[in-house]
Design a protein around this ligand. Structure first.
Ligand SMILES: CC(C)(COP(=O)(O)OP(=O)(O)OC[C@H]1O[C@@H](n2cnc3c(N)ncnc32)[C@H](O)[C@@H]1OP(=O)(O)O)[C@@H](O)C(=O)NCCC(=O)NCCS
Length: 207
């Protein structure tokens, strides 16, 4: 992938898995001790992955306020989104036993040039595969690649409510905090879904 961002004075411009498994108990034990999940494989997303990615994303749209989208995108629309991201940023999926269980990508926070060292991150893990280390594996690989591109700041827009309800928990906030993100901005009542207002946290991490 080639960079679309030109170089400029005063710093390099941002340029734009582990595969194991099998029956190796000692290796698996070592991997677990060191926070590596040996059953997970990270690879770049392909357009053919879109149906599965939509499947993962859909319940977060229809059943939760995690995403501020109302309508589940079509596979074609989702493929366009993947194509757009991949022009400049990584778009990765995580497979467990050959099945995609989560995905992550980066996008521009703003198109203005001075933001070129900053990227927004988005991550979705199959709702039945959470707390298995998928999210942290995906973020680790995304960060590595963004760093190689010259990105220095990550921003995650996290839907948030002071009091959890049936549509929104603080899971994403807790996950991002564990991943080293800190709250940089708290926008109140900016998203309305299921007839309720939700906040948006901008959480930031320097890499
Ligand atoms: C948030 C999300 C990506 C986390 O992915 P995940 O694969 O479940 O996270 P991991 O298993 O890698 O968790 C890593 C660590 O983060 C923290 N964490 C993750 N989920 C948490 C939760 N629900 N409550 C508290 N801590 C949590 C824990 O410290 C965890 O380590 P541990 O399990 O050893 O305690 C996933 O839950 C998800 O897809 N949620 C819905 C979509 C979403 O909110 N996306 C973010 C939009 S900004």
């Amino acid at each position: 992938m080639t960079s679309l961002i030109p170089r400029r004075e005063g710093g390099e411009r941002p340029r734009s898995g582990l595969k194991t498994g099998g029956d190796f108990p000692l290796l698996n034990q070592f991997a677990k001790m060191h926070g590596m999940n040996t059953e997970l494989k990270i690879r770049e997303a392909q357009l053919e992955d879109a149906p599965r990615l939509v499947e993962i994303y859909a319940p977060y749209i229809t059943e939760t306020a995690v995403s501020f989208e109302y309508e589940v995108p079509t596979v074609e629309e989702f493929q366009d989104r993947i194509k757009n991201v991949k022009q400049k940023y990584p778009y990765l999926v995580c497979e467990k036993d050959g099945v995609i269980v989560g995905y992550v990508y980066a996008s521009a926070y703003s198109k203005r040039e001075a933001y070129d060292w900053t990227a927004a991150t988005s991550i979705y893990v199959d709702k039945n595969c959470r707390r298995m280390g998928v999210g942290s594996r995906l973020y680790a690989e995304l960060e590595k690649r963004l760093k190689e591109q010259g990105v220095e700041n990550l921003l995650a827009g996290v839907a948030y409510c002071e009091r959890e309800d049936e549509y929104l928990t603080k899971d994403s906030f807790k996950f991002h905090t564990k991943e080293g993100y800190v709250t940089a901005g708290h926008l109140k009542d900016v998203g309305k879904k299921f007839d309720r207002y939700y906040d948006l946290l901008w959480m930031q991490k320097k890499i």
